[in-house]
Design a binder for this molecule. Structure first.
Ligand code: UT7
Length: 340
């Protein structure tokens, strides 16, 4: 069960107006097509682990503990290809000795991470664990790619989990997870891995950057999130009407509206912060949860449905009973935290 929550976005804000000055785009196009007005990006020299540490520290504070048995960092943008980012994050949080590893399921990563950590706890490997979703898409998106540069932002969100009863506030699951690797080319960074490194020649500029076939991904995102969310509802024994708050991966405001409508969950029950952070990959769901916890607008034990879709292709959903939490910092508050 979740017993602590925290989020952090880097202070630098990139507004649609700023993007208008350097890309052939407009505030109107971005807002209409995506619902985004601004996003946060790291400064030169910062990295994913800097955001992960800030969010992780806040989640530990929120849980009232400084000790966990495992640290899992979910990311598509690790600090380096080797080693994993999680051990360094654990070390900087004073958690040396804890099990630490990375997990990558692209934008579905946080839900996969929740299932993985729930398993670590259920099998007794860990009594308490820190799960951090952190991504810096600004490091893989081509700044001149107007379609993707307007959509993605950087950020991190984290939860602390511990053992608990399935009906307790904070309880997560059942889960529905899935993948379809035949669609791997729809979302990709083609270069940088073993396939490119073992091939002759230098990678092209486009292969070195993030690519996405937007319209096809849009269609798949709506269908896969809806089907998966329904499976998680069914496994929990809830109907769409029982859902107090739907928290989808913040991919695009139009996708969020379509998923809520397909599920039969009223739009006002859909939690969204995409307007001010954009699509933050593995950080998107925990950042939205952290913002909701800051505003204290979800009641303890409220019935929450999480659903996500991302590269792989991957998808995943689960239910959550809202935890008992004290008010936490807003992810946009710097509050003395240095992001590096
Ligand atoms: O996080 C993992 C899951 N991700 C998602 O689910 C994302 C799903 N996809 C999307 O959100 C949308 O496909 C995008 C926001 C990425 C793109 O929106 P779209 O409505 O699918 O646009 P498009 O790529 O089909 O392009 C439509 C038009 C094109 O012009 P023409 O060919 O109709 O003349 C583009 O060149 O819009 C043009 N365009 C832009 N115009 C102004 C593309 N990007 C921009 C831009 N500003 N930034």
């Amino acid at each position: 069960m979740i017993c602590g929550l925290g989020g952090f976005v880097p202070p630098r804000t990139v507004t649609n107006e700023e993007l208008e000055t350097r890309l052939h785009t407009s505030d109107d196009w971005i807002r209409t097509r995506t619902g985004i007005r601004s996003r946060h990006v790291i400064e030169a020299g910062q990295a994913t682990s800097d955001l992960a540490v800030a969010a992780g520290r806040r989640a530990l504070d929120s849980a009232g503990t400084q000790s966990v048995d495992a640290v899992v960092v979910v990311t598509t943008t690790p600090d380096r290809p080797c080693p994993a980012t999680a051990p360094a994050v654990a070390g900087r949080l004073g958690l040396t000795g804890a099990a630490a590893f990375d997990l990558n399921a692209v934008c579905t990563g946080f839900v996969y991470g929740l299932a993985t950590v729930a398993g670590l706890i259920a099998t007794g490997v860990a009594d308490r664990a820190l799960l951090i979703g952190a991504d810096t898409y600004s490091t893989i998106v081509d700044p001149e790619d107007r379609t993707n540069a307007v959509v993605f932002g950087d950020g991190a969100g984290a939860v602390v989990l511990r053992a608990g009863a399935p009906t307790e506030p904070g309880a997560v699951g059942p889960f529905d997870l899935g993948s379809d690797g035949t669609g791997e080319e729809l979302i990709m960074v083609a270069a940088g891995g073993s396939r490119q490194r073992s091939s002759p020649g230098e990678p092209s500029r486009s292969d070195r950057h993030f690519s996405m076939r937007g319209q096809e991904v849009f269609r798949q995102a709506v269908t896969r999130m809806t089907t998966s969310a329904n499976a998680a509802l069914h496994a929990t024994g809830w109907k769409a009407d029982d859902v107090d708050h739907l928290v989808p991966h913040q991919a695009n405001a139009r996708i969020l509206r379509a998923v809520a409508a397909e599920l039969g969950v009223p739009g006002e029950r859909c939690v969204s912060n995409i307007e001010s952070v954009g699509n933050t990959g593995a950080a998107s769901i925990p950042l939205a949860l952290a913002e909701a916890a800051h505003h204290q607008n979800i009641q303890t034990s409220g019935r929450v449905l999480l659903t996500a879709f991302g590269g792989g292709l991957t998808w995943g959903s689960c239910t959550l009973r809202w935890p008992t939490l004290s008010k936490i910092e807003h992810p946009h508050d710097i509050g003395g935290i240095q992001a590096s």
